[in-house]
Write a protein that binds this ligand. Structure first.
Ligand code: GLY
Ligand code: MN
Ligand code: MN
Length: 444
């Protein structure tokens, strides 16, 4: 029997609102706008993706909505402004929850038409000292929020009491989002499993003269068949394209003897996975490719090993830098001493990005990396990627046999109370395993 995919309960969303409102307190008000629909060209729209903060608090998957949380407001604490249900519009652009659905399906205490927000919201701010709002993300909405405060200020002589302080909502909300609950981890594992299967699919099907776009299509196929979408634009870079970090054209033929680097992750219910694998187009690593690959793999193992509760955020990066620097010194690609190469950051010619980032509803998820100028300590419930790489573009100081080798290996790591769990750990990455899988498929 097919397993039921995980979902988040209404209680999970209610708990989040409760937790945030408890931190904000009765003096504050929280305002969070939805994402807006983006036009691709003329009448065609980009697929709608809800703003992650809004989604996290509401589960309400529509544009033109604003969530307002007003702690300890007697008439109701959670107010949703949204589009009114209109059967004619629904026939053209899809279903809407409407004002009633906002209450019955999304647990809003009250709901109002979005068109009425300018009339209603200033009154909701009355006697609230602090507005918690993410300023600077949406300039048009910033203007609107200021206009509500100004509307209140204009009524001071009639007894209105406008807020006196703006606080970035990110401080509280993004810290909450950084610590994943058990239910969120289930969502992330589900996304990770589909991403794992799609990378296996690409390894199995890959052969010389396929196009990068054809491998890209395999990912989309696997994601869509599992009710998911890409968490970000898939990168399929063959040969020298693997050395372009954000290569997304994905339209060149894959050449016999080259490596191909694929960075692709599925998003399920607004939760991301993020995996990179690099493998030979023809199924067999050349000697130079294998040597570089093994350094990156060893660096990744060292970094995952350093991703422990109690270690700081930068510990995995430091571990990766050490292994990569030593590896490049051993091959003669870098010259000097390990201390010198690290001190002068000479490794950055070949490993120019950090070893990872937070992962969650956003691929580069929210949450501070430093607190009071110190690297943050890793704690239970945080999820990060571990993704060292070596990229050798043509360079007169480097022997030609290394040119155009680009390797990155990326997995998603959950920090647990003790140790960690690699959510994408079932995807092979040892040289022998990759060669065996690719050979097996060709023989079949
Ligand atoms: N896929 C984006 C990243 O790895 O950071
Ligand atoms: Mn990543
Ligand atoms: Mn990635």
């Amino acid at each position: 029997m097919k397993k039921t995919p995980p979902t988040l309960s209404a209680e999970e969303f209610a708990n989040r609102r409760r937790q945030l409102m408890d931190m904000v307190g009765p003096e504050g008000i929280v305002i969070v706008p939805s994402a807006t629909l983006l036009i691709r060209n003329r009448d065609a729209e980009h697929p709608f993706r809800q703003d992650s903060d809004f989604q996290y608090l509401t589960n309400f998957n529509e544009p033109e909505a604003v969530a307002v949380l007003i702690p300890e407001r007697e008439e109701g604490e959670f107010i949703l402004f949204c589009r009114e249900k209109d059967p004619k519009t629904e026939r053209w652009t899809g279903r809407m929850a409407g004002l009633e659905g906002a209450q019955t399906d999304y647990q809003a205490d009250d709901s109002f038409p979005i068109e009425d927000i300018d009339d209603i919201l200033p009154g909701l701010m009355d006697r609230r000292e602090t507005v918690h709002y993410s300023m600077g993300v949406n300039p048009a909405f910033d203007q609107q929020v200021m206009s509500w405060v100004n509307a209140m200020k204009a009524k001071v002589r009639s007894g209105a009491h406008p807020p006196h302080e703006f606080v970035s909502l990110d401080l509280l909300l993004h810290d909450m989002r950084l610590y994943k609950t058990a239910a969120e981890i289930k969502m992330m594992k589900h996304a990770a499993q589909t991403a794992v299967r799609s990378h296996e699919r690409a390894m199995k099907i890959c052969e010389p003269d396929l196009n990068e776009g054809q491998l890209d299509a395999e990912f989309l196929h696997e994601f869509k068949w599992n009710g998911m979408v890409p968490a970000y634009t898939t990168i399929v870079g063959g040969g020298e394209n693997a050395c372009v970090l954000h290569y997304i054209e994905n339209n060149q033929p894959l050449v016999d003897g080259d490596l191909v680097l694929i960075d692709a992750g599925a998003e399920y219910g607004c939760y991301a996975s993020d995996i990179t694998r690099t493998f030979p187009v023809n199924g067999k690593f050349s000697e130079s490719q294998r040597l570089i690959y093994q350094i990156v793999l060893d660096a990744q193992y060292a970094a995952i090993n350093a991703a422990q509760p109690g270690n700081n955020w930068n510990a995995p990066h430091e571990a990766a830098v050490k292994v990569i620097s030593q590896g490049l010194l051993d091959l003669g690609i870098l010259k000097g001493t390990l201390e010198g190469v690290i001190e002068e950051e000479a490794y950055k010619e070949f490993f120019m990005h950090k070893t990872g980032h937070w992962l969650g509803m956003d691929v580069h998820d929210v949450g501070d990396y430093k607190i009071d100028d110190e690297w943050r300590v890793l704690e239970q419930g945080m999820v990060l990627t571990v993704e060292p790489g070596i990229y050798i573009s043509p360079n007169p100081d480097v022997d030609k046999k290394w040119w155009n080798i680009g390797v990155r290996i990326e997995d998603d790591v959950l920090i647990k109370r003790k140790g960690n769990e690699v959510l994408t750990g079932s995807l092979i990455k040892e040289v022998a395993d990759i060669e065996a899988l690719m050979a097996k498929d060709k023989a079949a």
